[in-house]
Design a protein around this ligand. Structure first.
Ligand code: 4NP
Length: 178
C-alpha cells in the first residue's frame, strides 16, 4: 500500500461510526436508562461524534411517553438525565440502521430476533461476564429498589459494551486511556 492509500485507509478507520440501539419492553424504564448511562460514558471517552445511541421498546403501549418517574428519579440521583427522552417502538428500519441491538432480557431478544433475524442482537449483560444473571430484571411492577438494581447492572455492562465498541472502531486503548 502506498502512503496516500494508507492515509485514506487510516482516515476511514478514524471516521467510522457505530450505532447502538438499546431495547426493552416499554422503552420507559431500562432502555432509556441504558441510553443515558452509555451516552455519558461515550462522552467521557471523547467518542460522541463516532457513536450514535438510541433506545426503543418492543411494545407500543408507551409510545410518545416520557420515561417512568421512578426510573427518572433513580437516574437523576446518579447524575443522568432522562426527562427529555420519549418512548418509541422498535421498527423494521432499525434492523439495518444499528450495528448493535442491545436487549435487556430474553423476551426482548426473541422479539428483536423475530423482527430482525440478521441483526447483531446481544443481551446487555453479555458485556458484564462476572454477573450471575443474564437478564436486566423488569422493574416496572416492582419497588423503588428495582430501579437502583437496574442502574447497577447497566453501569457495569455499559463499560464492557464501550470496550467492545472501541474495538469495532479500532480506537487504540492508549488514545483514550484504556
Ligand atoms: P421497560 O419496563 O421495558 O424497562 O421499559 C416496562 C415498562 C412498561 C411495561 C412493562 C415493562 N408495561 O407493561 O407497561
Amino acid at each position: 500500500m502506498d502512503d496516500s492509500a494508507k492515509t485514506t485507509a487510516e482516515e476511514a478507520v478514524q471516521q467510522a461510526k457505530v450505532s447502538v440501539l438499546f431495547v426493552c419492553l416499554g422503552n420507559i424504564c431500562r432502555s432509556p436508562s441504558a441510553e443515558a448511562v452509555f451516552r455519558q460514558l461515550v462522552e467521557e471517552g471523547g467518542l460522541s461524534d463516532r457513536v450514535q445511541i438510541d433506545s426503543a421498546g418492543t411494545g407500543d403501549w408507551h409510545v410518545g411517553a416520557a420515561p417512568d418517574e421512578r426510573a427518572t428519579a433513580a437516574a437523576k440521583s446518579r447524575g443522568y438525565e432522562l426527562s427529555a427522552l420519549r418512548a418509541r417502538q422498535v421498527a423494521q428500519d432499525d434492523c439495518m440502521q444499528h450495528d448493535y441491538l442491545i436487549v435487556m432480557d430474553g423476551q426482548n431478544f426473541d422479539a428483536v430476533k423475530e423482527l430482525c433475524p440478521n441483526a447483531n442482537a446481544r443481551r446487555l449483560l453479555d458485556f458484564a461476564p462476572d454477573q450471575k444473571v443474564r437478564d436486566v430484571p423488569d422493574p416496572y411492577y416492582g419497588g423503588e429498589d428495582g430501579f437502583d438494581e437496574v442502574l447497577d447492572l447497566i453501569v457495569e455492562a455499559t463499560r464492557g459494551l464501550l470496550a467492545d465498541v472501541k474495538g469495532r472502531l479500532k480506537v487504540p486503548a492508549v488514545e483514550l486511556g484504556g
